[in-house]
Ligand binder design. Structure first.
Ligand SMILES: *Cc1c(COP(=O)(O)O)cnc(C)c1O
Length: 382
């Protein structure tokens, strides 16, 4: 038996693993100290817990603990990296390269920087959502101060050629910032071998708590000096002032440790479930795959149902399955997904697309039940 509604929206957020919750709990009321209280045992205890979490998080991405800055989540890490670098290095140039299918957290920061006199160039993607490397090399300029490209796309799961981007960035001595929020903890990510200079990720996308994230910044590189977003106290190497969220950070550390342990078996199990889902749904007439299943996260599938009233389908399903639509509510209007549009889909096709994202607690029974509900809903709509 599946418990309805079935959660197939792990790319939006994941439940906290119970082991993560257990690790966090003592840090709310028992070990409540301020990690920057240097003069007493309460502070030391909290500081030790933060150090351990910093090691766990660094280990997951092949980094040195000194290269990890804790933040409130990926959105803050992205703002800190892109705005902070742009501000600090404006005298060297004001050109930034990013990709048309980035998360809004990246696109909106770039749009803001445009109002501050920065110039943004967007790398295009092909029909599968894969970014075009040749295009990237073409648009690099002398005054380019940053390349911002995501690791894996949150809507399609498509994995970009990150190490090749890293090599290009190195060849032209341009810092490479990567939003790896959907990749870290799901596939092997190694900041060093991938040639990444700065990287944002978030605890709540990898079975940790909401409201905590990290920014990796490669050490000892003057090109990577950044201006902080806020001031006061000088925490996190003066880059992120404010009392540390000790329970959240402990949770992120535990989540990172669990992901490192479970990543491979989880990816294999979920790819089987994803294939099972796609085999059944892909067989429905008029249904198409958005993106591809090869260079892609194994737990994500984005499907176009190719029908009028795709929004109706999602509404009908919402009682049974929690999924994401190919549309996003920006302000009041329902806009077709900018990712699907960049891949060449029409507004109608984007509106009738659904993202299914599976995770640690998805069972094969969940997929069987979901398939049944989808087939029922589609036949009622036809
Ligand atoms: C979820 C997500 C973000 C935002 O992360 P928060 O921690 O919720 O701020 C940024 N980028 C990608 C690719 C995401 O999936």
């Amino acid at each position: 038996m599946s418990i309805y509604p079935i959660y197939l929206d792990y790319n939006a957020t994941t439940p906290c693993d119970q082991q993560v919750v257990d690790a966090m709990l003592p840090y709310f009321s028992q070990h409540f100290g301020n990690a920057s209280s240097k003069g007493h045992a309460h502070g030391w205890y909290a500081e030790d817990a933060v150090s351990q979490a910093r090691e766990q998080v660094a280990s997951l991405i092949g980094a040195d603990p000194k290269e990890i800055i804790f933040t409130s989540g990926a959105t803050e890490s992205i703002n800190l990296a892109i705005r902070g670098l742009a501000q600090k290095h404006a005298s060297r140039g004001k050109h930034i390269i990013t990709v048309s299918t980035e998360h809004k957290a990246v696109l909106d920061v770039c749009e803001y920087l445009q109002t501050e006199g920065y110039e943004i160039t967007y790398v295009s993607v092909d029909q599968y959502g894969m970014m075009l490397l040749e295009h990237l090399e073409d648009i690099i300029r002398k005054d380019t101060i940053l390349i911002a490209a995501m690791y894996a796309n949150n809507e399609t799961g498509v994995i970009h050629p990150v190490s090749e981007i890293g090599r290009l960035a190195q060849k032209y001595s341009i810092p490479f910032f990567c939003d790896a929020t959907q990749a870290v903890g799901k596939i092997p990510v190694n900041a060093t071998s991938d040639g990444i200079d700065m990287m944002a990720f978030s605890a709540h996308k990898m079975y940790g708590p909401k409201g905590v994230g990290a920014l990796f910044i490669r050490k000892k590189n003057p090109l990577l000096e950044i201006t902080p977003l806020f001031f006061g106290g000088g925490h996190e190497r003066k880059l992120r002032s404010g009392t540390l969220n000790v329970p959240g950070i402990v949770g992120m550390g535990k989540a990172a440790e669990l992901c490192q342990l479970l990543m491979e078996s989880e990816a294999n199990r979920l790819s089987e479930l994803r294939d099972m889902l796609w085999k059944e749904i892909g067989a429905i007439e008029g249904v198409e795959l958005n993106g591809e299943n090869d260079n892609s996260l194994s737990h994500v599938v984005n499907i176009c149902f190719g029908m009028e009233g795709g929004d109706k389908l999602i509404k009908m399903l919402s009682k049974y399955i929690s999924v994401s639509s190919g549309s996003a509510c920006s302000s009041a209007a329902v806009e077709p997904s900018h990712v699907l549009k960049a891949m060449g889909l029409s507004d109608a096709k984007a509106h009738s697309s659904i993202r299914f994202s599976l995770g640690r607690f998805t069972t094969s029974q969940d997929i069987r039940s979901a398939v049944e509900e989808i087939k029922n809903a589609v036949s009622r709509l036809n």
